[in-house]
Design a protein around this ligand. Structure first.
Ligand code: 5GP
Length: 253
C-alpha cells in the first residue's frame, strides 16, 4: 500500500494529501500542548473526541449556511476537508472575560462583556501568536478590508450558533478561536471556517457549577481532560461509542 503524503504536522493534528485534488485528510492526534508547547502530554482519546465534536459543530454551521472546510468524517480520527489557503490569523471571539483578556485588562474571569469582542492574533508559534490590530492586518496585507468584514461576520455567526447550541445543554461559551481559509472559485475567492472547532479551541463552562469543560482543564491541571470533553460530547449527543467507558456486562441467567 502506498504511503500517503504528509502535508503538515501541527501540535494537535496532521494533514495528509486527500484522495482527490482540493481535498485534505485531517488527522486528530491525542497530543495536548499548552503555553506554546511548553506543557505537553498525550491524552488518550482526545483526538477521537475532537474529531467528532468538530464534525458536529462544522456540520451544524454548514446546515445554517456558514461555509466551512468540512466534507465528511472518514473514521474515528480522520475527516476529509476542503483544501484552502489559511489566513495567518487566529480569530478569537469572547463573550465573558477569561484567559489573556482577563490578564491584559485586569478583568475578573467570568465577567460578562458588554458585547462579543473579536480579537486577532498573528499565527506564528515562534512569536507566541501575538495579538494584532486591524491596522497591522491591513498594513502587512494578511487580509483585505473586504476580507475583514467577512471574517467578523463569520466569527459572529459562529458565536451566535455555538452560544445557543451550548446554552441549550447547560454550557456557557466563554470564548473560542477559529481559523479562516481562503478558497478560489473561478474568478472569485471565498472565506470559510477551517481548522477545528472543539474544546481545545473554546472555553466551555458548566452554567450551573462553573466547572471547566475545555482545554483549561489541562492547562491548569484541573482533572481529567477526556472526562471533560466526554461530558461535552455526551450532552450534545455526539458521544463516540468506542470512546466511552464500556458499560458493565449484564449477567444473564
Ligand atoms: P486566550 O487568548 O485567552 O488564551 O484564548 C482565547 C480563546 O482562544 C480560548 O478559548 C483558547 O482556547 C483559544 N485559543 C487561543 N490561542 C489558541 C491556540 O493557539 N490554539 C488553540 N487550540 N486555541 C487557542
Amino acid at each position: 500500500m502506498a504511503r500517503r503524503k504528509k502535508i503538515y504536522e501541527g501540535k494537535a493534528k496532521i494533514l495528509y494529501e486527500g484522495p482527490e485534488p482540493g481535498t485534505i485528510v485531517q488527522y486528530f492526534k491525542d497530543d495536548a500542548t499548552a503555553f506554546n508547547a511548553e506543557k505537553k502530554d498525550v491524552i488518550e482519546g482526545k483526538g477521537v473526541l475532537n474529531n467528532r465534536l468538530s464534525e458536529f459543530f462544522m456540520t451544524g454551521l454548514g446546515n445554517i449556511g456558514v461555509p466551512t472546510h468540512f466534507i465528511k468524517r472518514l473514521n474515528m480520527r480522520e475527516q476529509l476537508v476542503r483544501s484552502c489557503e489559511i489566513v495567518p490569523l487566529e480569530v478569537i471571539v469572547r463573550n465573558y472575560a477569561a484567559g489573556t483578556l482577563s490578564k491584559r485588562l485586569g478583568l475578573e474571569e467570568g465577567t460578562q462583556l458588554p458585547r462579543p469582542i473579536v480579537e486577532y492574533c498573528y499565527k506564528d508559534d515562534k512569536l507566541g501568536d501575538p495579538l494584532v490590530s486591524e491596522e497591522h492586518i491591513a498594513a502587512f496585507g494578511w487580509a483585505s478590508q473586504h476580507d475583514m468584514d467577512d471574517i467578523i461576520a463569520l466569527a459572529l455567526r459562529v458565536n451566535d450558533y455555538l452560544s445557543g447550541l451550548l446554552y441549550g445543554v447547560g454550557i456557557r461559551l466563554v470564548d473560542f478561536k477559529i481559523e479562516i481559509g481562503r478558497v478560489y472559485e473561478g474568478d472569485f475567492q471565498r472565506l470559510i471556517i477551517a481548522d477545528e472547532i472543539s474544546p481545545d479551541s473554546c472555553r466551555l463552562w458548566d452554567i450551573e457549577t462553573g466547572q471547566k469543560l475545555d482545554k483549561d482543564v489541562f492547562r491548569r491541571d484541573l482533572g481529567s481532560l477526556t472526562d471533560a470533553y466526554t461530558e461535552v460530547a455526551r450532552r450534545l449527543g455526539v458521544m463516540p461509542k468506542q470512546a466511552t467507558h464500556p458499560t458493565k456486562p449484564t449477567l444473564i441467567n
